[in-house]
Design a protein around this ligand. Structure first.
Ligand code: SF4
Length: 318
């Protein structure tokens, strides 16, 4: 995950909940992709703070550093080394066809794509294969990148002998949570339509008051359509035991949007309470957060060095 600072509900639903569940079944590696952040923003002033904020949210959401190493990409030099070798195994034309980069260029209005930006799926391939990852938990939009990783692994194994697995994408169940500004808008920090894991109960209520609802339900007693309402999507995810009653009362005009929003805000605040408590603990114990990184980086480095040893042997280099 790129270090974008404090995480929001979209991250919780789209990634963190899944990672927490997976740590019971697999050996996980959690990478703070600080080099990847440079592909679209060269300003590094906030990378360190953003990395710490994100790590605190990971811990607060329930990731266990004893089971799953958490580390910064920039601190494991083998990522850049393997990236260089992999960059010889894929053509520029193949990378130019990658739909995810095309979308980013369009959405961020990038006029000239840098060499590093075009090649970031190659760095991702190194991130995954350095740890011989065989499953990559991703949303649908990242599947093309996992495919590039598979192609690179195959190409390497064919050329030098088998070192790498061909990893599979493991799709997240509830991949996309809409933002507060509409059911077809992704929750995203850049558009400011988020609820942060760190938000207080008051902040959640205040933000929820601005959430878009069914535009045809103007007055409290107008019948509404929960199926087109953003707030109802949140009820489905965070207040599922009341969703049938809410849908029925919305449809007959017995429930107003103000009350409906108050109810979902309080359900979300209640669910985030343990996360906020853990967050506050780590914020007031920065040395513990540093320890998590130092220990995670030591374990990740050992695994990365082992892989690079096998890579050099297979290639008869050095
Ligand atoms: S009552 Fe609730 S579900 Fe119905 S339109 Fe208003 S906010 Fe949406």
């Amino acid at each position: 995950m790129r270090p974008t600072g404090k995480l929001h509900l979209g991250h919780l639903v789209g990634a963190l909940e899944n990672w927490v569940a997976l740590q019971n079944e697999y050996q996980n590696y959690h990478l703070i992709a600080d080099y990847h952040a440079l592909t679209t923003n060269l300003d590094t002033a906030h990378i360190q703070q953003n990395s710490t904020d994100m790590l605190i949210d990971w811990l607060a959401a329930g990731l266990d550093p004893e089971r799953s190493p958490m580390f910064r990409q920039s601190q494991i030099k083998e990522h850049t080394e393997l990236h260089l070798i992999f960059s010889m195994l894929i053509t520029a034309a193949r990378l130019e066809r990658n739909p995810a980069v095309k979308e980013q260029v369009r959405d961020l209005h990038i006029e000239n794509v840098s060499y590093g930006h075009l090649g970031y799926p190659v760095l991702q391939a190194a991130d995954i294969l350095l740890y011989r990852g065989d499953l990559v938990p991703v949303g649908e939009d990242q599947v093309p990148h996992v495919e590039i990783t598979r192609e690179i692994a195959r190409r390497f194994n064919l050329q030098y002998g088998k070192v790498f697995p061909e990893p599979e994408a493991k799709l997240t169940k509830f991949a996309r949570l809409p933002g507060l500004d509409g059911p077809d808008r992704k929750m995203s920090k850049s558009t400011g339509n988020t609820i942060l894991l760190a938000d207080s109960t008051d902040e959640i209520s205040r933000k929820m008051r601005s959430a878009v609802t069914d535009p045809k339900k103007v007055r409290k007693n107008d019948p509404g359509r929960p199926e087109v309402c953003l707030v109802f999507t949140y009820h489905q995810k965070f207040n599922s035991q009341e969703q049938d009653e809410i849908a029925a009362n919305c449809r007959i005009g017995a429930l107003g949007c103000v009350e409906c929003k108050t109810r979902i805000a309080s359900a979300i605040a209640h669910q985030l309470e343990p996360v906020r408590e853990k967050r506050a603990y780590y914020e007031s114990h920065p040395a513990k957060v540093q320890e998590v990184l130092i220990d995670g980086e030591k374990r990740a480095r050992a695994r990365a060095q082992e892989t690079m040893g096998d890579v050099r042997t297979a290639m008869a280099i050095g």
